[in-house]
Design a protein around this ligand. Structure first.
Ligand SMILES: Cc1cc2nc3c(=O)[nH]c(=O)nc-3n(C[C@H](O)[C@H](O)[C@H](O)COP(=O)(O)OP(=O)(O)OC[C@H]3O[C@@H](n4cnc5c(N)ncnc54)[C@H](O)[C@@H]3O)c2cc1C
Length: 550
């Protein structure tokens, strides 16, 4: 976001003019009109600089937002030059997309290379998701687990901060929207003369080959009340909001006129989902309470409760059976209440309804409920799937891909990776939706595009019907499982080893905890984040977490 704040002297004038505007002027046009002439010039100049209109490439068509209709006419675009390169468009800036960007040979996207690269994502950073629960607990700081997408791309291509809202496989075009910044809108509503350089606008991006790595969304399974009353943990925004909310709940519970019953309710933290995310969040909450809240606010500690609810009978169901049992034991010893074999049927204000295995119903009260149960198909992916031949697509989890990660029915023009892709014919052979899979798929595609020239043909290949034929000798993607890790709190962790020997199948306890911490540091996105995460562990060990609700 680029913005500039006009000098105070301009502020009064701007406010005065805003008050005089006729009621019929639309709200955001009013904002633009309210800016001083100097500020407005700044705004337009900056817009021209920041906008994808700057992309003079004939392949990018843009549609100007209606709010800019009163701006001076744009300089006519230079005449279109014939395109000689294949345009590879990557959607997303998460695990799959970044593994591709980082590993692809830069020479292929240089001046003499066969490709030009465009990356579109509403998030201009890569987020290291495995440490999101630690960010909620406050042991690592949010800045330490994100890396700027621009620094990761270097000069390999262009990046547009926008959300793709549609994919048209017939014309090979994306529709993208850059949304107006709500933060600046709110500041302007409060009278600040913020000159905003971002405006909502829609533009289209054509592609020859598309790499779709938009991930997935949180699954609610249609259970009523989940969206309304639960917190989620999928993005950095989720983690920030949840962390702030927990801080506020602690402070509210410490107020003088709160009754013991109210305090107990406010300090009841319920996590739904016994997979790695739910388990690690419960573990981080446990550490926060027993280490830092115990030190800073000991008088409320006795009223804190952490409960984990899951429909299955054990935690960490995708891990080795030994680990499942061990995780349950650690949680029981830590005082985390386990409500296993309980399916959530509805969520209401302050309570969830569950159904036990024997069919009986129960209620779990909460002050804070976090929903961490799994993932569902991204709406963009669902819309694309609906446009592809039904006989080759039809999975409810995502886009079915062939062994080379090409979306079935897309004539080789779309590749899909990560959580949005479904590999294998059955649920049993499908790869799990993990960062490890997405990363390896991104690396595989980087090698494929670096070693071969994939290009769009005018006519489909007679034998396969592909518009982007697979190069001869292209090997299929092969996944190598490197093991699974989870943190259980109290310095303990588990690792499901990728190799099994009769004596050693898993790592558990303190050794598991240290392995988890070392690998989560080592696997960071960049040297900068590796250093920052390492320093965060040191800081937390020396000074504890910051329990303020900033
Ligand atoms: C809290 C948490 C902890 C996890 N822990 C682990 C772990 O320990 N180990 C592990 O292996 N996996 C873990 N995972 C799972 C892992 O994060 C995912 O499997 C992985 O992120 C999938 O990668 P991806 O590239 O498919 O999608 P993501 O990494 O989710 O990236 C999706 C990208 O697409 C962008 N995007 C979304 N919509 C659009 C759109 N309309 N247009 C353009 N771009 C769009 C997003 O902004 C984002 O940049 C965890 C997940 C969470 C939420």
């Amino acid at each position: 976001m680029q913005s500039a704040v006009a000098p105070r002297t301009q502020l009064a004038g701007a406010q005065g003019r805003r008050a005089a505007l006729p009621a019929s002027v639309p709200r955001r046009s009013a904002r633009a009109a309210a800016a001083t002439p100097t500020a407005r010039k700044l705004c337009l100049a900056a817009r021209a600089h920041a906008s994808p209109f700057r992309d003079n490439s004939p392949a990018t068509a843009t549609t100007m937002d209606s709010r800019l209709a009163d701006s001076p006419p744009a300089t006519p675009a230079p005449p279109a030059e014939p395109r000689t390169k294949s345009r590879v468009v990557v959607l997303g800036s998460g695990w799959g997309a970044v593994a591709f960007i980082k590993n692809v040979d830069p020479r292929m996207f240089g001046e003499d290379g066969p490709y030009e690269l465009v990356l579109v994502s509403p998030r201009n950073y890569m987020l290291y998701t495995p440490l999101l629960p630690s960010a909620v607990g406050g042991v690592v700081s949010e800045n330490s687990i994100v890396e700027s997408i621009r620094s990761l791309m270097h000069d390999k291509g262009r990046y547009y901060e926008a959300r793709a809202t549609g994919i048209d496989p017939a014309s090979r075009t994306l529709t993208c929207v850059k949304q107006f910044c709500e933060v600046c809108a709110a500041r302007m509503d409060n009278g600040a003369d913020v000159v905003h350089t971002d405006v909502d606008h829609t533009f289209t991006v054509p592609y020859d080959v598309l790499l779709c790595s938009v991930g997935a969304v949180s699954a609610t399974f249609g259970i009523p009340g989940v969206y309304e009353h639960c917190w989620f943990l999928k993005s950095m925004e989720d983690a920030q909001k949840l962390r702030k909310h927990i801080g506020k709940a602690l402070e509210q519970a410490a107020l003088p006129d709160v009754t013991p019953e109210q305090r107990k309710k406010m300090l009841s933290f319920v996590v739904v989902g016994g997979g790695p995310t739910g388990v690690e969040l419960a573990a981080e909450l446990h550490d926060l309470m027993t280490e830092d809240v115990a030190r800073e606010m000991p008088h409320i500690l006795d009223d804190v409760s952490i409960t984990l609810v899951d429909g299955l009978d054990s935690l960490l169901n995708s891990f080795h059976a030994e680990i499942q049992t061990y995780a349950g034991e650690v949680f029981n010893r830590s005082g985390i209440n386990l409500r296993l074999g309980c399916k959530v049927t509805a969520v209401h204000v302050g309570k969830i309804e569950v159904q036990r295995k024997d069919g009986s119903a129960d209620v779990v009260p909460f002050g804070t409920c976090v929903w961490a149960t799994g993932i569902a198909m991204h709406p963009l992916v669902a819309a694309l799937q609906a446009q592809l031949p039904a006989e080759v697509q039809g999975s409810r989890r995502g886009l079915l891909v062939d062994p080379n990660l090409r979306v079935m029915g897309s004539q080789g023009t779309i590749f899909c990776l990560g959580d949005a892709a479904v590999t294998g014919a059955t649920t049993k052979t499908a790869l799990p939706p993990t960062a490890q899979v997405a990363r390896q798929q991104g690396e595989y595609l980087a090698a494929l595009f670096s070693h071969h020239r994939l290009g769009l043909q005018e006519q489909p290949e007679p034998a396969t019907g592909d518009l982007v034929p697979l190069p001869a000798g292209a090997k299929p993607f092969q996944y190598l499982h490197l093991g699974s890790l989870a943190y259980l709190g109290n310095q303990k962790g588990v690792m499901d080893l990728p190799f099994k020997t009769p004596f050693l199948k898993t790592l558990r306890g303190y050794l598991g905890g240290q392995t988890w911490r070392t690998l989560e540091t080592f696997m960071q996105i960049s040297p900068r984040t590796r250093w920052m995460v390492f320093m965060d562990w040191v800081r937390a060990a020396m000074f504890g977490r910051n329990v303020s609700d900033i």
